[in-house]
Design a protein around this ligand. Structure first.
Ligand code: CP3
Length: 352
């Protein structure tokens, strides 16, 4: 078949634009990762960040899940922390802990000293990886680029590791709003520059990961995070690719996340999909939202839950199937293959 006629080549992008599709597209957050034996095999020889920094390897890992499953999009293999190198913040990724920063950014002097990020000079390997993946994928399926949202990046910078209680982050936010604003503005500038560079290199959609936004109340989110995320979506509109906005524990924030300006909002599994969509607003698409822990259950359980989610989306255009957060290490690979096929075979055709 001529690739231009293959519905799979455009299914994901069409759903992002809320156009009719032949069936519901599906991709999976963290689809390239430790649940895949072929990823673990590469990790025996290379550290995670070495994979991300070496274009040939990053491209290979990006394509691993796409070769195994009938997914509707690829997502670049990297990490939300990568652009922080360009701001002069060294970090490492520790096994089962995640990103670690030895000298967390907690004071005025450190915030003033953060460097201006320059995509071409600081992360040439990211744009090169994107070019390699696009050359391999051709018009088969689109490639998603991504960045961490300013609030989530700030939490890592300030806490120094995966935040639990947000003690230092919120102290800075509440006690020193001017300094908070300076930090968030610098992170926002970085994210805009980073995402623009990804689109120029060939990314066909972008996802902004605000994984920790759910630690904020609606009032806090409105004052301390929303204006910055909104500036990112405003700046990226001109790039012309669909924009996705994701966070977890965001049931009380979904209206604001919709208003921030993305085309699609990702919901976690704690909110029924139809309620999440209502809060986001039906002029946006919705992404989600199967509980990643459910992937360890028998396929009968997964099938019922996936059918329920498809049913809650109904025949409205604009649903992209995903998990409600990243896929967990040790998830049975066979359940992933079956889920992907189930979604394609059992989703309603959308109409306008
Ligand atoms: O989705 C994909 O397949 C693309 C790759 C990707 C990674 N990290 C690879 C990775 C993406 C999109 C991310 C984003 C990311 N990184 C987020 C936002 C998404 C989310 O899950 O909330 C966050 C919060 C991070 C920070 C981070 N990096 C964490 C929490 C961890 C995991 C810690 C652990 O070991 O459980 C990492 C490391 C990381 N990033 C791994 C991968 C595949 C595991 C590292 C390894 O191979 O050992």
């Amino acid at each position: 078949m001529n690739p231009a006629e293959d519905p799979k080549s455009s299914r994901f992008l069409k759903a992002c634009r809320r156009e009719a599709v032949d069936c519901t597209p599906i991709w999976i957050m963290r689809q390239a990762g430790r649940y895949l034996p072929e990823y673990r095999a590469l990790r025996e020889k290379h550290a995670m960040l070495e994979l991300a920094k070496t274009p040939e390897l990053a491209a290979r890992v990006t394509l691993q899940p796409v070769e195994r499953f009938d997914l509707d999009a690829a997502i670049l293999f990297s990490d939300i922390m990568v652009p922080l190198w360009g701001m002069g913040v060294p970090f490492r990724i520790e096994e089962s802990i995640g990103p670690v920063i030895d000298n967390p950014i907690r004071g005025a002097a450190q915030i003033h000293a953060l460097r201006t990020f320059d995509a071409a000079g600081d992360v040439p390997f990211v744009t090169e990886s994107i070019r390699l993946v696009r050359a391999e994928l051709g018009s088969r399926i689109p490639l998603i680029g991504f960045a961490g949202a300013p609030f989530t990046l700030a939490s890592y910078l300030i806490e120094g590791k995966s935040p639990r209680r947000f003690r230092y982050t919120k102290a800075l936010m509440f006690d020193e709003p001017k300094l908070w604003d300076e930090l968030m503005t610098k992170l926002t500038d970085t994210v805009i520059e980073y995402l623009k560079a990804q689109v120029e290199a060939g990314a066909q959609a972008l996802q902004l990961f605000d994984s920790w936004a759910g630690s904020l109340s609606p009032t806090q989110y409105a004052a301390y995070a929303f204006p910055h995320s909104q500036r990112i979506f405003q700046a990226l509109k001109k790039a012309g690719v669909p924009l996705i906005h994701f966070g977890t524990e965001t049931a009380t924030l979904l209206d604001q996340m919709g208003a921030a300006g993305a085309d699609v909002v990702g919901a976690d599994w704690r909110v029924p999909l139809d309620q999440a969509w209502k809060k986001v607003g039906e002029t946006r698409g919705i992404q989600g939202n199967l509980d990643p822990a459910m992937m360890f259950a028998s396929f009968d359980v997964i099938r019922k839950e996936a059918a329920l989610i498809l049913d809650l989306a109904g025949s409205r255009p604009g649903h992209i199937f995903n998990l409600g957060h990243g896929i967990l290490p040790e998830t049975p690979v066979d359940n992933v293959a079956r889920l992907v096929d189930f979604v394609h075979e059992n989703s309603p055709r959308t109409s306008r």
